[in-house]
Design a protein around this ligand. Structure first.
Ligand SMILES: Nc1ncnc2c1ncn2[C@@H]1O[C@H](COP(=O)(O)OP(=O)(O)OP(=O)(O)O)[C@@H](O)[C@H]1O
Ligand SMILES: [Mg+2]
Length: 276
């Protein structure tokens, strides 16, 4: 592999690979910090296969070969299993960096992924000041929404759209996914409108996240990342609960991979400078 070659200044790419519990994301940056290619695929049961697959997808789309990667940072829960990686860095740091690149003014980040949710407080340079996370149970995560959507026989998109048509306030009080699912089934059998149940579910996620935000202290502006940032119903429920507007990039799900790629570029430059 042609890595860390001080002569070779402008050719090559910097890779960020975020192996999440639910999806694996990859972003490739060039020397100008431009995203050349990115991809999102489901994380399969064999992580090595998933990582090989996303690398193949990225290179088929765009670039000449894997040897053009100058530095690779892996993040996410499966980061230790990425052979291509020069370094592993936590999701917290990578999300903070990815957000700083897109929204340099950001002070607080909410990341809701498939199996955990996190709130991160950052400084003006995108460095992490503090963070809290819920990774003990599915409540307040994408998984929670998927379980409830299934029991309502809706897709995630349908549930998000319906939730915004809610006319009557009902409550789903349980924070536990299993108990919340029972509550939902009971509400359906009482004839409660599905749109009202969907809105109650979004408020339940919002309550969970507001609890995390309060532990860390709300500083504005607040940015949301992760796949669930694409769920307009959940975003609106959090905005209403905190009484704020939330900033979201056009591709919130690749934020961690993007941050990892930016850190890869920085590391490469630091190493090149130290050789010269
Ligand atoms: N367009 C969409 N609208 C609503 N929800 C979505 C959308 N796309 C993905 N999601 C949800 O996002 C979740 C996955 O998000 P993400 O890829 O950030 O998770 P992850 O990084 O794999 O998980 P974790 O960070 O918990 O390890 C899934 O639960 C999925 O249902
Ligand atoms: Mg994630």
């Amino acid at each position: 592999m042609n890595k860390n070659n001080a002569q070779d200044r402008k050719d090559g790419y910097f890779a960020g690979i975020d192996v999440g519990s639910t999806t694996t994301k990859m972003a490739l940056l060039d020397f100008e910090k431009k995203i050349r290619v990115s991809s999102i695929i489901p994380t399969g049961p064999i992580i090595k296969k998933t990582v090989d697959k996303i690398i193949n997808i990225c290179f088929e789309k765009n670039l000449n070969g894997i040897d053009d990667i100058k530095y690779c940072v892996a993040t996410g829960y499966g980061r230790e299993i990425v052979d291509l990686a020069d370094e592993q860095i936590t999701e917290i740091t990578c999300h903070a960096k990815g957000v700083n690149v897109i929204f340099p003014q950001a002070k607080t980040i909410i990341d809701i992924g498939g199996q955990d949710s996190k709130v991160i407080s950052v400084d003006d340079n995108g460095s992490v000041l503090s963070f809290v996370m819920n990774d003990k149970c599915a409540a307040g995560t994408g998984r929670f929404l998927e379980v409830i959507a299934r029991s309502l026989e809706l897709s995630i998109d349908e549930m998000a759209t319906l939730s915004r048509q809610s006319k009557k306030r009902v409550e789903v009080s349980s924070m536990c996914t299993v108990f919340a699912e029972s509550e939902v089934i009971s509400l359906v059998s009482q004839g409660v409108e599905v749109s009202d149940i969907a809105a109650a579910i979004n408020r339940s996620i919002a309550r969970r996240l507001v609890g995390l935000v309060q532990r860390i202290g709300l500083r504005l502006p607040l940015v949301m990342t992760g796949g669930v940032a694409q769920n307009k119903g959940v975003v609106k429920a959090i905005e209403d609960a905190l009484n704020i507007d939330i900033l979201i990039s056009t591709e919130p799900q690749i934020t961690g991979a993007l941050g990892a790629a930016h850190i890869a570029l920085k590391r490469f430059q630091e190493r090149r400078d130290s050789i010269e």
